[in-house]
Design a protein around this ligand. Structure first.
Ligand SMILES: Cc1cc2nc3c(=O)[nH]c(=O)nc-3n(C[C@H](O)[C@H](O)[C@H](O)COP(=O)(O)O)c2cc1C
Length: 194
């Protein structure tokens, strides 16, 4: 049986996994590939076209500075952090070929409530990760306590009304992730009975 385009799309969607930074390696996406991923994110449903999210890319020349910011934040949060903790914090900034911050910025609007804008942002993030997977890359979003750190937020240019939702890492999958734990559809799908 030949696979149709739709079958292939569905298979891609059903096989998406998050790939942790330590399972990622070079090369990462080219600038053009990254732009395509962002275009896929921009195709997420967005009530009122509010664009309630944005991405900050950290290019190679900025990674050392980002690692220092992550280290500084770790030391603020955990003053007795050991060398290994510090190394882990720094590695998050440097160990993958592409690194972006995902920022949610709901726009005050009488018609489109904030929760709908959050849903749009989540859908955009999902599309971004799915596009990365469809293009053969491994990707993951990770947040953690550092996302709430005021000094880090300010250093990244995040405004008070914005939320730093997490950091997206994208690269070539170097080793496969553990098997998926399947979830029964019935946990989320029910039939209405009045
Ligand atoms: C906004 C956001 C932030 C996340 N932050 C973390 C995190 O800090 N640590 C973590 O272990 N997983 C985090 N996750 C979950 C992982 O990205 C991933 O979805 C999870 O490990 C499940 O893997 P899967 O996507 O392959 O099902 C986050 C997910 C989202 C959507």
């Amino acid at each position: 049986m030949t696979m149709t385009k739709d079958d292939a799309l569905l298979a891609t969607m059903l096989s998406r996994r998050s790939i942790s930074p330590r399972r990622q390696a070079w090369p990462g996406p080219s600038a053009a590939q990254l732009r395509q991923m962002v275009q896929a994110a921009l195709r997420a449903p967005d009530h009122g076209r509010k664009l309630p999210w944005r991405l900050i890319e950290f290019d190679d020349s900025r990674r050392a500075e980002l690692a220092q910011l992550f280290e500084d934040e770790k030391r603020r949060r955990t003053p007795d952090a050991g060398a290994q903790d510090i190394e882990r914090a720094r590695a998050h900034a440097t160990q993958t070929p592409a690194m972006l911050a995902f920022v949610v910025r709901p726009v005050p609007d009488g018609k489109v409530p904030e929760h709908e804008q959050w849903l749009s942002a989540g859908a955009a993030l999902g599309n971004l990760l799915l596009a990365a997977h469809a293009m053969g890359f491994g990707a993951i979003v990770l947040s953690g306590d550092r996302c709430k750190d005021e000094i880090l937020r300010r250093s990244l240019g995040i405004a008070p009304e914005e939320t730093l939702a997490g950091f997206v890492s994208i690269g070539t999958m170097a080793s496969p992730p553990p098997p998926v734990v399947p979830v029964d559809v019935e946990r989320v799908l029910s039939t209405w009975t009045p």
